[in-house]
Every structure is written in C-alpha cells, then in structure tokens.
Design a protein around this ligand. Structure first.
Ligand SMILES: NC(=O)C1=CN([C@@H]2O[C@H](COP(=O)(O)OP(=O)(O)OC[C@H]3O[C@@H](n4cnc5c(N)ncnc54)[C@H](OP(=O)(O)O)[C@@H]3O)[C@@H](O)[C@H]2O)C=CC1
Ligand SMILES: O=C(O)C1=N[C@H](C(=O)O)C[C@H](O)C1
Length: 267
C-alpha cells in the first residue's frame, strides 16, 4: 500500500465527489491536494458549505490545476464530457486517473487506453466501484454460459445523465464474451410503443428506469426452459462505492496501463 497518495478530486460538490472527500478525510494514506470544480475557483475546500473541512485549493481551470499542483491521482466524478477531458489531461500531466464517471464512448475509452500505454501511466476507469456490483457482473458472465437469453434492468435516481448506465453496458460486454450472439424474443415481435422492448445490445435487451428515491440498482434476469435466474445488486447509499475508490487510488500507483473495471484489481 502506498503511504501518502496526493489526490485531486474533480466534481467535489457532486453526490459522489462529496462522498470521495469524506473518504479522503478519514483515510490516513490519502491527502487532498486540490479540487477541480466548475465554480468556487480560488477558494479553499474548507470554505464551501456542506463539504468536509479539508485544506486544499479549488481550481476551475483543469490545465492550471494539473500544472501547478503536484499530485499522484486524479479522482474524476463529473460528467461524461468533462470526465473524458480531465482523464486525458491527467494522463498528459503524468497524474494517474481514477475515474468513476460513466458515459464515455468506446472510442474515447480506446484513446485513453492507448494514451496511458504510451505514457506508461496507470489509470483505472471503473463503471461501478461497489464490490457487490462487480460480483453481480461476474456472476452474470458465468450464468450467461448456461442461460444465453438475458435481459438487464438497471434502475437509478432521476438526476442521472447517461442511459443505459455504465454498469449495464459493462455487464452486457462481459456477457457478450461468453454468449453466442442471437436475437431474443419472437422473431416477429413488434413494438406498438417505441422503446417498449428496451435498448438492444447484440440481441440482449437493456431497460433503464429513472425515479426519485432510487440510488443505483441492477437486475440481470436469465430465462431458460421452465426456470428463470435473477442476479440483483442494490447500492442503498453512495458509501457503497468508496472502498472501491480507495482500492483503485492505491492500486493505480502500481499500474502502467489503463484498466477498465474494478474486477482487474480485486484478488
Ligand atoms: N463508478 C461508480 O461507482 C459510480 C459512478 N458514478 C458516476 O459518477 C458521475 C458523477 O455522479 P454524481 O456524483 O451522482 O453526479 P452529480 O451531478 O451529483 O455530480 C457531478 C459533479 O460534477 C461537477 N462538474 C461538472 N462538470 C465539471 C467540470 N468541468 N469540472 C468540475 N466539476 C464538474 C458538477 O458540478 P455542478 O454541480 O455545477 O453541475 C457536479 O457537482 C456520473 O457519471 C455517474 O454516472 C456515480 C456513482 C457511482
Ligand atoms: O449515476 C449513478 O448514480 C451511477 N452510475 C454508475 C453507472 O452508470 O453504472 C454506477 C452506479 O450504477 C451509480
């Protein structure tokens, strides 16, 4: 374990960013050296209402932040567009990105992977930092070997920007590694209301629900002759993601490539 990891957090006022600051506040081996926000530039974290009382400057300009601050890791919990820009800039400045932000395109992921390889800098992009969710995805991959007919139902709070969730996309990708590509349902089925059958990923269906009161939940439902199997995970609180964020911040210090998914860091 690295002793003192100097961390920049992007998106500190967000739901996840604030939770990440609380994590850093209580972990002795993590030190907050700056935050990247889209307001409050020039202020100190400790001055901002509802944020932990941590002593670190806030920057609005990512280039300035990464040039002026000596940091080991950038934890990004922002939006797809900004998260991608921050990750790229961090790699260019030799700062290891730990990215929870979802909604990157496959092309962006590939570009970031190549950049990390070129710079020989570790990076972690994890669509879900909750260990239970990682297990749910791995169990689903196993189940899909035996049950090739599967639908994914992901349920999130109604402030979420991207659909389907990064977790649902990653689950479908893992299932695709073992499932023979085929259309599901009746070959002549019609949608009398557009979208009724959900999004299509290689014949698998993905359904996205957005409601107040939800946090982050997913069910992977497999159907076989005379039986169904449901693999389900619920994050009831954003604390559920923080042990994964900590693990990623520690492990990324020893990586020289980009890894996509927390499963690559778990024993
Ligand atoms: N990997 C995982 O385990 C998890 C990933 N996520 C993902 O993390 C991301 C954040 O989620 P969540 O915290 O719920 O979202 P929030 O909307 O609560 O937080 C996002 C924060 O990012 C800020 N922001 C936007 N653009 C910038 C920028 N250019 N520079 C600095 N800050 C910026 C926003 O500022 P403002 O308030 O001004 O809009 C906001 O405070 C999402 O992509 C989500 O899918 C979420 C949960 C778990
Ligand atoms: O936006 C969220 O809240 C979450 N986003 C991630 C995703 O898109 O999968 C992880 C988790 O589901 C919460």
């Amino acid at each position: 374990m690295s002793n003192n990891i100097k961390v920049i957090v992007a998106g500190p006022r967000g739901k996840m960013g604030t939770e990440a600051l609380k994590l850093i506040e209580k972990e002795e081996n993590l030190t907050l050296v700056a935050c990247l926000d889209r307001k409050n530039g020039g202020k100190n974290v400790g001055e901002i209402d509802n944020l932990p009382n941590l002593d670190a400057p806030i920057f609005e300009d990512p280039e300035k932040c990464l040039s002026e601050i000596e940091a080991d890791v950038l934890i990004d919990l922002t939006t797809p567009e900004n998260g991608y820009k921050h990750t790229k800039l961090a790699l260019e400045h030799g700062v290891r990105p730990v990215v929870g932000t979802t909604g990157f395109t496959p092309e962006q992921l590939e570009e970031l992977k190549q950049l990390a390889e070129e710079k020989q800098i570790g990076a972690v992009i994890a669509p879900n930092f909750a260990v239970g969710a990682v297990l749910m995805m791995q169990f689903s991959k196993w189940a899909a070997k035996h049950f090739p007919d599967v639908e994914i139902i992901e349920k999130h709070h109604d402030q979420k920007l991207d659909a389907p969730s990064g977790t649902a996309i990653k689950t479908a990708e893992l299932i695709r590694e073992v499932r023979e590509s085929h259309h599901q349902g009746h070959p002549n089925e019609t949608e009398n209301l557009t979208g009724a059958r959900g999004a299509d990923s290689d014949g698998m269906k993905i359904h996205s629900m957005r409601l107040p009161g939800l946090i982050a939940h997913q069910e992977v439902v497999f159907g076989g002759l005379g039986q169904t199997l449901t693999i389900k995970h619920d994050s009831h609180h954003r604390e559920s993601f923080m042990s994964g964020v900590k693990l990623a911040a520690e492990k990324v210090m020893h990586l020289e490539v980009l890894v996509y998914g927390l499963e690559h860091l778990l024993d």
